[in-house]
Write a protein that binds this ligand. Sequence first.
Ligand code: FES
Ligand code: FE2
Length: 348
Amino acid sequence: MAFITNAWYVACWAAQVKPGEMFHRTLLDQQVVFYRKQNGEAVALQDRCPHRFIPLHLGNLRGDRIECGYHGLQFDCSGKCVKNPHGDGKIPAAAKVRSYPVHEKHGMLWIWMGEGVGDPAQIPDYSVLEPESGYRTSTGGYIHINANYELMAENLLDLSHITYLHDGLLGSPEQVGADQEVKEEGSHIICNRWMPNVSVPGIFDMLYKRDGRHVDMWTNMRWIPPSSFILDSGVHAPGGQREDKGWYFGVHILTPETERTTHYHFAAALPSGTAMTTEEAARYAELRRFAFEEQDKPMLDAQQAALGEANFWDMKPVLLTVDAGPVRMRRALERMLAAERQGTATTG
Ligand code: FES
Ligand SMILES: [Fe+2]
């Protein structure tokens, strides 16, 4: 499988690349090592020495350079070998590794693995995570999913599963058959669900203090290609108005690791009117982690195991009304991939 490469992907939370340390990860089937220059700027290099293919993260940082741990070749932050400690010290022309453009934004380190250098202006807007936005944030969430990122993207775009998989926590039984609307805004696909007069799921009861009474609830999910999402989800009293509490923005961002594994980064931003104690805020973050890690992840892992190496469409999946958004997304991804293969497109 090929991946869409002309796009910004989240490599990791920016704080995971610590001064003086290396951090490594496989992204889009490529091994990458990250570190910070002495001025704090992040660097991403191919994590494989061109001499005997040792991962560079097993070596040492020498100022702004990486020294391979096996025979000591040194690479600068552009990926060029700048020191060969052996023989006459001559540096073979092929002694270099790929360097990837990276950009820090909204607390995340974004990487461009396609052609050219990428335009950071195309990085999706998650400014609700910035301290000056006034939102109370819970960031740093990460889960490793043993499934292709498109399967996980379907999970996020179509939230009809909350009634079953997250019953009592993020969903409730009366939500089945909710009105749903699928629309497109430019390259974005939006799936909105409106669920009037339903019993309040546990997480929303914490936010809105309904003590189990009914609410009107919404989940409005926006897909930003190829694999970023922002959810506007909340509750208010039946027939009421949206207030400055009872809702949040959910940030969900996927990066393919391999064809059948995915890095899942998530965060939340709550409006300033949300009345929560520190303990409640911690409990809110923990319940979200529980839902994603102990409810979604096992389902996704099992889904990929059941599919094995089969192509999704070859398996002739049954299609339901709730699949309208996911199917449009899959088609859009196919078009983007085809355009990239023909060398005609970049995506943001
Ligand atoms: S494997 Fe890196 S210097 Fe030999
Ligand atoms: Fe879920």
